[in-house]
Design a protein around this ligand. Structure first.
Ligand code: SP5
Ligand code: ZN
Length: 343
């Protein structure tokens, strides 16, 4: 399997993030991708390609143009206002406040276009995220070609980013951009299997009222786990999308047996859907020693996951890197999944 590597990922390099009101060392760091690159190279999976620029249009198919413009210029605005270092939001238009009028204030727009204060907006967030989406689109090109599969190594991740907000370390929803581009290329049914520890609220929301993209996720129960406000089992889609969304939340600390049973629950409706393309939002923060998550997968289980995805037998499969914060182990865990898939 070939890898598309977003070589601009390190443009997004936060040193700190907010946690419990204090700045703590950032978890989503450039070294994550460096370790995965090393592991993929050492495993000799095949060629490692740079992203091909597909332009802004495929991003605008998923994200609001005003949001993209904001992210593109936000850090420069912050600096022009005298800000130093990374920018963080501090005020949000929650219930009873209006979000249909874009404020002039930079602080207000930071809140309008975000969901949390745990996602530092850095000088290079746009560059890294733009090229991440291009990597996803280039991976899609490979998956739609003769090989039928690809792995996209990128950061920051994407699945928490909504049509018009950033959060959960994510700015551009790579899985959603790739899914929409696949439809625009003539595919009629795309499935997204999200195995990151956290529910992919952005991806779910983008396709919630649509039947052409089925979103299925296994994740930590949002009653106790980030992103808290989406990811419950009763979210099954709405309107034309009713029945095309499947969430299987699991309690923090769940066993591997429970996790694989949940995976079967998520895969069953996907199998009935019979997608032309399976996109895997591949977070490996389900790892037993992940510093911010609480499942128990290890090398063996990541291999099993890869085998199970291969057995699913989608005609085309695109793996996109999402979370995973046990920095030195991420590469081995990703390689275990990809090896399991290729066996
Ligand atoms: C893509 C992805 O995996 N995003 C995860 C976003 C999680 N944001 C909340 C992070 C909370 C950090 N908790 C630190 C606990 C230290 N003991
Ligand atoms: Zn995650």
């Amino acid at each position: 399997m070939r890898t598309v590597y977003n070589q601009r990922h390190a443009a997004h390099a936060a040193t700190h993030e907010f946690f419990r009101g204090r700045l703590v060392p950032a978890f989503e760091v450039p070294a994550r991708a460096d370790y995965v690159l090393q592991a993929v190279q050492a495993a000799q999976f095949g060629e490692i390609l740079n992203p091909v620029d597909h332009g802004l249009a495929p991003l605008e198919r998923v994200h609001a143009p005003a949001y993209l413009r904001f992210i593109q210029g936000a850090h420069a605005e912050w600096l022009a206002l005298g800000g130093e270092g990374d920018a963080f939001p501090a005020v949000w238009p929650v219930r009873s406040l209006r979000s249909d009028v874009e404020p002039a204030s930079f602080a207000a727009r930071m809140g309008l276009y975000s969901m949390d204060s745990g996602t530092p907006l850095t000088a290079g967030s746009w560059e890294a995220s733009y090229w991440g989406a291009q990597a996803a689109l280039t991976g899609l090109d490979l998956a739609l070609g003769d090989e039928g599969r690809a792995y996209v190594l990128t950061r920051p991740p994407g699945h928490h980013a909504g049509a018009d907000f950033f959060g959960g370390y994510c700015f551009i929803n790579n899985a959603a951009v790739a899914a929409q581009a696949a439809l625009d290329r003539g595919l009629s049914r795309v499935a997204i299997l999200d195995v990151d520890y956290h529910h992919g609220n952005g991806t779910q929301a983008i396709f919630y009222e649509r039947s052409d993209v089925f979103y299925a996720s296994v994740h930590g129960d949002p009653r106790t786990e980030y992103p808290f406000f989406l990811g419950h089992a009763d979210e099954r889609g709405a309107g034309a999308g009713l029945g095309f969304n499947a969430n299987v939340p699991l309690p923090s600390g769940s066993s591997n047996e429970a996790w694989f049973a949940a995976l079967e629950e998520a895969l069953a409706p996907l199998a009935r859907y019979a997608p032309d393309l399976l996109i895997v939002s591949l977070g490996v923060d389900t790892y037993a020693h992940d510093p911010i998550s609480h499942f128990k997968l290890d090398r063996l289980e990541f291999g099993q996951l890869g085998q199970r995805i291969a057995a699913f037998g989608a005609p085309r499969t695109l793996f996109l890197q999402e979370g995973g914060y046990a920095t030195e182990a991420i590469g081995h865990n990703v390689v275990a999944v990809l090896r399991g898939f290729e066996e």
